[in-house]
Design a protein. Structure first.
Length: 424
């Protein structure tokens, strides 16, 4: 592409139709629709809605695309976890590399220009850190397509030394599941200490179990204020917030806001409940509508992610931020603007990425979809999409072409996603 690209006839999120001029990987300016200057690359976006490109703040690439070989279990969530742990000890490095690459390219083709993946260390793929090393290689291979952030999640019982070695192998953040430890509070303190030693941010799985002995996000908020921990902390899941009565919820949300942590809700995460318990006791994704609105009202940074991608815990994940936003809007009664912000501008803040979107000065990470409005795009995610990464087209997905009916039946040609050679 030439130095300057003009996107003509794009519908902006506020409904205006404009030309958007890109230069040096950023949005240079926006002007009324007209004839572009000579010598520019022109992309016709007539009929397309131009949005900030989404990002994926929480996915498990080591588990991605394992539904068929792993399956699930009649015991629901707990059985699915057991099935994964048994199978993860046997998967090969080549299998992980293939699945992770496929998942990343699917995310990219759907619009994501950055991905944060949680990777279990100490299990599967041979050496304890081999999974992190493979994701580091993919990060280097695909850097022109997307940013990849790797969160090392120590397996239960993994030593401090082994956990810290993950950062030499390529991880950039520390994760963890305090509820899986015999003493969740002690494990939370340990993870804070390790993140401080490694000088990395922290992103923890919290309160996604129905039998937690402590509301971990509240405990973490208190620890952060008492310790003066100076790095960014993200709390993912937080489903148990939905079980709190309004007065208790208000106090916990106030503590979360005062701590400065961000929250990542996961609307497609399977609800957790005790084995044999009534389905009505299951935790609501993201804590439910009341908790999500309370977090937003308190000014807590709120992002949303897809979590599982066709694995034992969620066999139908689509790696599509539009689906995540639609689920968030439906389950938590958010407006389309609020829901999409959670997978784009607010998620970028959580991932410490520069702001992107069709605004002058913003990074030209953009998603164009064939739709007349954001509400329409969320209600029926369009097939036709064009993804821009730093001002370059990195993928274009065309709608299926309809062939003439034959013998009374309609034949549909599968959709095709084209990735320009320079983006591979």
């Amino acid at each position: 592409m030439t130095e300057t690209t003009t996107l003509t006839g794009a519908t902006l999120p506020d409904g205006r139709v404009r030309n958007v001029v890109l230069r040096h990987g950023s949005v240079s300016h926006i002007r009324p629709v007209g004839i572009p200057d000579p010598g520019q690359t022109v992309v016709d976006l007539t009929g397309y809605l131009l949005l900030p490109a989404p990002v994926e703040p929480h996915v498990h690439l080591d588990r991605a695309l394992t539904w068929e070989p792993v399956g699930s279990d009649p015991d629901g969530r707990d059985g699915a976890v057991r099935s994964w742990r048994a199978w993860s000890a046997r998967y090969t490095t080549n299998d992980l590399r293939r699945r992770a690459r496929t998942a990343l390219m699917t995310l990219s083709g759907n619009g994501a220009t950055a991905v944060r993946t949680h990777i279990d260390i100490g299990v599967g793929a041979g050496a304890p850190l081999r999974a992190v090393e493979i994701l580091r290689e993919l990060r280097e291979d695909l850097h022109r397509v997307l940013d990849l952030q790797i969160v090392a999640v120590p397996s239960p019982g993994l030593s401090d030394r082994a956990a810290l070695e993950a950062f030499s192998a390529g991880a950039g953040l520390l994760g963890g599941r305090p509820h899986s430890a015999p003493d969740p509070r002690r494990e939370t303190r340990r993870l804070l200490r390790l993140a401080d030693r490694a000088e990395v941010d922290l992103d923890l799985h919290l309160d996604d179990q129905p039998d937690s002995r402590v509301l971990a996000v509240a405990d973490l908020a208190r620890l952060l204020r008492a310790s003066g921990f100076g790095r960014q902390v993200t709390a993912s899941h937080c489903a148990l917030l939905g079980r709190l009565r309004p007065p208790a919820l208000a106090k916990v949300v106030e503590a979360i806001a005062a701590s400065g942590m961000a929250v990542v809700g996961l609307p497609s995460a399977p609800p957790a409940r005790r084995p044999g318990a009534d389905p009505g006791t299951a935790t609501a994704p993201c804590g439910g509508a009341t908790a999500v609105q309370a977090l937003l009202d308190a000014g807590v940074p709120l992002a949303a992610g897809g979590d599982h991608l066709r694995d034992a815990l969620h066999p139908m994940g689509r790696a599509d931020a539009l689906e995540t936003a639609a689920l968030l809007a439906a389950t938590c009664r958010l407006t389309p603007d609020q829901a999409y912000a959670a997978v784009s501008v607010d998620a970028r803040d959580t991932m410490r990425l520069p702001q992107a979107g069709p605004e002058p000065g913003a990074v030209a990470d953009l998603l164009a979809v064939r739709a007349g409005s954001l509400a329409e795009a969320l209600a029926s995610p369009p097939v036709e999409r064009i993804v821009f990464r730093r001002g370059r087209v990195i993928s274009r997905t065309n709608a299926p072409a309809l062939a003439p009916p034959a013998r009374g039946r309609l034949t549909i040609t599968p959709q095709r996603t084209r990735v320009p050679a320079g983006a591979r």
